[in-house]
Design a protein around this ligand. Structure first.
Ligand code: NAD
Length: 488
């Protein structure tokens, strides 16, 4: 199938991307996975459901393309990625609508995602030509030490539904820049964006087999079969900590290199000396980007006693003023949750908190209708041991906890198995830096509600993950250092 670029073709039309698996540059017909619009519960399109045999065909295709891609000059690889960035930017409106339709997120969030996602291709187009090496003298004086970086090999990339474009480009960009061929398995809730991006990749000049995309309702057996194949050398996974643990165990059998971007439980700490309005602005971004369905979403608002009541009042007012609606509706600020199960989970967490003494200041109950809607919700007087202090909320619910001292809040912030992101608001930069040094987290934002940046190393400590994506280190996740001891 060739990319239909006729003026009548609407790139945002789900039907256009409803074809099948993308393997070896070919579109293989198939059905079996309905894609549902969470704003209406209507089926948008159907995509193919890959079998284990299909997955091995994808590994065959990635293997067939590997030698040529690895030998392709870095400048050429860079120019293809750069062209892919440009095509995503040209098609930003249509991609945003597609993301909004299948994921439900409000259009401004979808537009933000497309810009963020495309930037990974631009950033790694620039990094492809700067792959580092090392040259040293051995301390003994006996030889020289040369360190080269080789492409690690065929990479399996697994992505979640919450950022269907950005989680894919954050992996494909560095993998292709490093010289690896890949098999992308997007979440079956949001496959249309991945297939749309594959079409743009072909137009950008990505050779057949360098990027393969498959969707499946059997992720366990399909991914396990690829990990068991000795040709596969890398697994890059973004998703829940629970699935990450299972995959690490599976990858151990063949000692496949793993990068893991897992769940989060971000504390958002507001000290008495913070600028209240700035903290509220930041809180709205950190909580409500993507309607709270983000791994970096503020999950626990710890607010010091002196500013607590003003913060709760301000947050309640801002959250209550948001417009909830279908993602694609231009007036919507908060779209639906991804599934009805996600809504039930929010309902459970909020009900449990209320039963244990929390007070709802706005929202607090699922909204009626066909779509999967939950309103922006603020809870105060939440006990420190409530379930939502320990689980990922993944929705528009903001629990606020009152704290007294710096020592207390550091202990509370670290009281979790996660360590992905944290936010600190304080007018005293020395205090903010002192506290950030003691928070067990891979990323910290000080007086900001957003830290994601393709130029920065994204990733978590503790059970939030292994390795980093983005930045100058992201490309090294897809490379194997090779040390050569040499005399000359
Ligand atoms: P999930 O773990 O359920 O699924 C993620 C992906 O793994 C999907 O493609 C899914 O089909 C696949 N999968 C599920 N079971 C599998 C198995 N047994 N073997 C192989 N693949 C399997 O997560 P989700 O619900 O799609 O996404 C939400 C989670 O992702 C949250 O925990 C969130 O914090 C996390 N997340 C993390 C980051 C990060 O960068 N750290 C970014 C976005 C999302």
């Amino acid at each position: 199938m060739t990319l239909d670029s006729s003026p009548s073709s609407d790139f945002a039309d789900p039907a256009l991307h409803a074809s099948g698996l993308f393997i070896g540059g070919n579109w293989l017909a198939g059905t079996g996975i309905p894609v549902v619009n969470p704003s209406t519960a209507d089926v948008l399109a159907e995509v193919a459901d890959a079998t284990v045999e299909d997955a091995i065909c994808a590994v065959d295709a990635a293997e067939a393309a590997a030698a040529d891609w690895r030998a392709t000059p870095a400048r050429t690889r860079a120019e293809i990625l750069r062209r892919w960035f440009e095509l995503m930017t040209e098609h930003a409106d249509e991609l945003s609508r597609l993301i909004s339709l299948e994921n439900g997120k409000a259009l401004p969030d979808a537009r933000g995602e497309v810009a963020y996602a495309a930037e990974f291709f631009r950033w790694y187009a620039e990094e492809a030509v700067r792959i580092p090496g090392e040259f040293r003298h051995a301390p003994s004086g006996a030889n020289h030490i040369l360190v080269d970086h080789d492409p690690i090999g065929i990479s399996v990339l697994i992505t979640p539904w919450n950022f269907p474009a950005a989680m894919a480009t954050r992996k494909i960009g560095p993998a292709l820049a490093a010289g690896c061929t890949v098999i992308l398995k997007p979440a079956s809730e949001t496959p249309l964006t991945a297939y749309a991006m594959a079409r743009l990749g072909t137009e950008a000049g990505v050779p057949p087999g360098v990027v393969n995309v498959l969707t499946t309702t059997r992720p366990g057996p399909v991914v396990n079969a690829m990990l068991a194949d000795p040709r596969v050398r890398k697994l890059s996974f973004t998703g829940s900590t629970a699935v990450g643990r299972t995959l690490l165990a599976e990858a151990a059998k063949t000692v496949v290199s793993c990068s893991m971007e897992l769940g989060g439980n971000a504390p958002f700490i507001v000290f008495d000396d913070a600028d209240l309005n700035a903290a509220l602005d930041g809180a709205m971004i950190a909580k409500m980007r993507n309607a709270g369905e983000a791994c970096t979403a503020a999950n626990r608002f710890y607010v010091q006693a002196g500013i607590h009541d003003a913060f709760v009042a301000g947050l309640t007012e801002r959250m209550a003023a948001l417009t909830v609606g279908a993602g694609i509706d231009p007036t919507t600020q908060v779209g639906p949750m991804i599934t009805t199960k996600a809504v039930s989970n929010l309902d459970r967490l909020v009900s449990q908190a209320v039963d244990s003494g929390a007070k709802v200041t706005t929202g607090g109950k699922p909204l009626p209708g066909n779509g999967y809607f939950y309103p922006p919700t603020v809870l105060e007087s939440v006990p420190f041991d409530a379930a939502l202090a320990h689980e990922e909320i993944f929705g528009p619910v903001a629990p606020v906890y009152r704290f007294e001292t710096e020592e207390q809040v550091i202990a509370l912030a670290n009281d979790t198995e996660y360590g992905l992101a944290a936010y600190i608001y304080s007018g005293d930069l020395a205090r903010a830096l002192r506290v950030s040094k003691r928070i067990e987290s891979g990323m910290i934002a000080i007086n900001r509600g957003l830290m994601s940046d393709p130029a920065a190393p994204f990733g978590g400590a503790k059970q939030s993950g292994l390795g980093r994506e983005g930045g100058v280190t992201g490309i090294l996740e897809f490379m194997e250092p090779k040390y050569v001891a040499v005399n000359y």
